[in-house]
Write a protein that binds this ligand. Structure first.
Ligand SMILES: [Mg+2]
Length: 284
């Protein structure tokens, strides 16, 4: 339910987590193997902030499935949604919308679509973005049920795309940068976006939590390159096993890497973090 809120309960620990390939299985989108760790977080009152490239519509679906009532980050940091009343103060620059305080960090979607088209034309590298994909094509590529593919198409701040054929991506990515935009790569798609990234959104939220709990300790989990920047910000960075794990670890030498991919790895990592925090009496 939009805005269905709880109040931040002064936990010293906050967990920021990617969804696809991290908390959700990259193929089946199941999260059940992570249920013991999800239950343990809830029992200790530790916020779980979902930090994804998914749209708000998709995130609301997953928050319901996960019974999560904490703030969340959509579309690679395009916006932060905080349930109204979650923090005992208003966040700077937030606008009120449907039970949330929303901080928009991204650029308007149609601007991104236009710039991607221009970059493709300029470099002769053909692309196919979600804007021009039919829902059925998104469903096939992202292996999503049709209803979920429809939610994935409701984009506001980030355009996922694929490069058609076997072109080297660099000239296209440079052409995107020349337009003052950024790009990243998730588990399945490239993404074009404004000055936002997950890290900027996560840092806004860490600052908000720290206003209440100055000793805040942060954990982050991710499985792809679009997670590296926010994983640099947290006290404990966890790379959930994936084909990008080695590349990520080169950028994050202090990060832990799970043995298992997806929700099994997530479960393993959170349980071990909670175990070590219990030893230091950070969590009950
Ligand atoms: Mg991912």
């Amino acid at each position: 339910m939009p805005g269905d809120s709880e109040v931040y309960g002064e936990s010293v620990l906050v967990v920021f987590s990617d969804l696809d390939g991290t908390l959700l299985d990259s193929v089946t989108y199941h999260f059940q193997p992570a249920q013991p760790a999800l239950d343990a977080l809830r029992a200790s009152g530790i916020p779980l902030v979902l930090t994804s490239s998914k749209t708000r519509a998709e995130m609301e679906y997953w928050r319901r499935r996960l019974d999560n009532r904490h703030p969340f980050v959509v579309e690679n940091g395009g916006a932060i949604y905080v349930p109204e009343g979650y923090f005992p103060f208003s966040l700077p620059g937030a606008i009120r919308r449907e039970g949330y305080e929303v901080i928009e960090l991204g650029r308007p979607y149609l601007e991104l679509v236009r710039a991607l088209d221009e970059a493709a034309e300029e470099t002769g590298i053909p692309v196919l973005g979600f804007y021009r994909m039919r829902v059925g094509q998104i469903r096939g590529r992202a292996k999503l049920p049709l209803a979920m593919a429809r939610l994935a198409k409701q984009r506001e701040y980030d355009e996922p795309f694929e490069i058609r054929g076997s072109h080297p991506p660099d000239p296209l990515l440079k052409a995107i940068e020349r337009r003052g935009l950024r790009w990243t790569r998730g588990g399945r798609f490239y993404h074009v976006m404004g000055e936002n990234d997950k890290a900027r959104a996560v840092s806004v939220l860490i600052e908000a939590y720290r206003r209440i709990e100055p000793e805040l300790y942060t954990v982050g989990l991710g499985d792809a390159l679009n997670d590296v920047e926010f994983l640099r910000l947290v006290d404990i960075a966890v790379i959930v096993r994936s084909p990008a794990a080695d590349e990520m670890q080169a950028a994050l030498p202090a990060a832990r890497v799970t043995q298992a991919p997806g929700p099994e790895g997530w479960n393993e990592a959170i349980r071990s973090v909670l175990e070590s925090c219990r030893h230091s009496e950070m969590v009950p």
